[in-house]
Structures are given as structure tokens and as C-alpha cells.
Design a protein around this ligand. Sequence first.
Ligand SMILES: [Zn+2]
Length: 344
Amino acid sequence: MSTNELPLLPTTVIGSHAIPSWFWTAIESIDKDEYGPTDITETFNDAVTIAIQDQEQTGIDIISDGEMQRWYFVQKFYSRMKGLVNDPPLRKIGLYGYDTPPRYHNTSRIEVPNGLGIVEEFSAAKTKTNKPIKATCPGPLTLTMHIRPHKPYNNRLDLANDFAEVINLELKNLVKAGADYIQLDEPSFAVIPGELDDWVNLFNKATNGVNAKIALHICFGNLTSRPRGKRTYEWMFPKVLETNSDQLVLEYANREMSEINLWKKFNITRELGAGVIDIKSFYIETPEDVAERIDAILQYCDPEKLYINPDCGFFQLPRWVTVKKLEAMVKGTKIVRQKLLGNS
Ligand SMILES: [Zn+2]
């Protein structure tokens, strides 16, 4: 099935799935060098299978591979880069936070000789499901997030420009592998200070000539279920509409649907992937909560242009909560879908 045969209000996810309990234990063992390469491959493979099964069983229309082969969103990509060295974390004591993960600086121009590995992730997921799959890739700014640029880069923007080329090649290869719906993740739009003009140019460079539905996910950060950026989108409009994106994927649920009115204020005709599940809360939405949120969105957005998703990825929530939230999202969407189809 391709993304051409979707129901009204297709449900999808942002990317990451919850990490199963056994997978935490396995990762610890892998870190201690207790697993061989075959064990590691099998472990990651099983994790992807479970992520896909959870999404299929809860009835998600367009699934992801759960990003199970990545670790903490972007960390895996740094291991595929040449020219990087590890720096100690800024803070090692106390609660895990945005100042805790490993950091890097470059010693030369950074090379990614074998690509980011997203094509391999996508191809593996395709062998496990007949459902349409959304492929996800960090945006060029997001990829720079944990790197302090040194020469030959003058600044972060220089480095992000290099990464835009790396991403562009990865996305074109994803399309060749069969991807028709690709989402770039740029929490950095809201997190890293800079000029919106530059960010738009970077996005357009990264997606130039990529023949697929292109979504741009902008969120405020999700590490330890905490946001990092100021939680408003309004300052990005209308400039962000200059991105060559078919769809914007935004957080609404954890902000009590605030700023959904921007869709009318700026006469936006682009597709919206609207966050109706709060992934930063243990509160499990009821289907009626979800339907209510979708109804609120439909006051501003055409149903034909609306996709239904959680606010962000699930990697910071337990699996049982994640599954219940996905179930509620699907059931709530069905309530609205039936109402809309009944009225037509
Ligand atoms: Zn996000």
C-alpha cells in the first residue's frame, strides 16, 4: 500500500517509538561489550519489529520504523562521521538533560562516507510491513546540535550547509529505495538561535530535487520529556512557508492547542500534521479528548489537508503508555472521520 490510498485524516507518528524494557537491558550489555555483532544486529532487528507491530496493531495508517536503530535521536549519526572527536559532557552530575549528552568538535571537514544509514533503516522496515512508511531524517541544523564547529567551518551555519548536502543525497537515495513520504526534523528552528532566512535556505538545499512528499517537523525539544525552546510558532510565520515542504508537522496537544488559529491568520493551504497526543504527559488521552482536539483544528484547517499525529516521538515514554496513547489517537480520529464522512 502506498501513501496514495489513505483514509481521510490519516494517522501517523513522528518517528521514535517507546523503548521496550528488554531493549534497555540489551543496550547496557552492548555498551559493556557483552554482545557480539550478530547479537547486536538481531537485537536492533527485533526492536524494529516490535515498533512496527505496535503501530500496526494500534491501527496507525502511516507507520515509522520506530527509529529503534538510532540512540537518543541523533547520537548514532555521529558514529558515521569522519573528522569528529568526542568532548566530555558539560555536566556529568545529577539529572540527565540537554547539557548531559556527549559533545563533539571537528578536526577537519566532516565526511559521511557511507551516508547517514537512513536508507538502510527504511529498506529494512519495508521488509517487515505492507503499511505505508514515513521516513524521518534530522534536518541540517539539528545534525549540528552536539558539534562545536572548528576550522574549516567558520560557524554552525557553515557546518549545517555541509550537512544539507549529506542529507540531500540521503533523501534522494531514500526515494530510490521507495520512500514517498519523508519528514525532516528541525527542533532547532525553535531551539538554536539564528536567522530564519538561513534555516529556510538550509531546508530547501537539503530537500532540493527530492521527489517525495516532504514534511517539516518543528518542535521545542523532547529530551527527558522537557522542551528546550520557547514554545511558540508565530514568529516563524509566514517565513517558514518559504520552505519547500508539502506539510508542516507541529506540536499542539501539550500547548492546549494554542496557535492553531495561525492556520487561518496566515491563510495557510499547506498540509498540517497536527500533534493531538501529548507525549510529555503520562495522562492517557481518551478517544473523546482526541476527537475534541481534532474538532478544534478543523475550525482552521481543511480536513483534506490534515494528518493526525502525536506532538513528537515516543522515545521518552514507557511502551505501555505509548500503546495506549496510539490507540486513543486512532479511535479519536475515527470518531471525527465518521462524523465528516457521514456529513458529506
Ligand atoms: Zn519533535
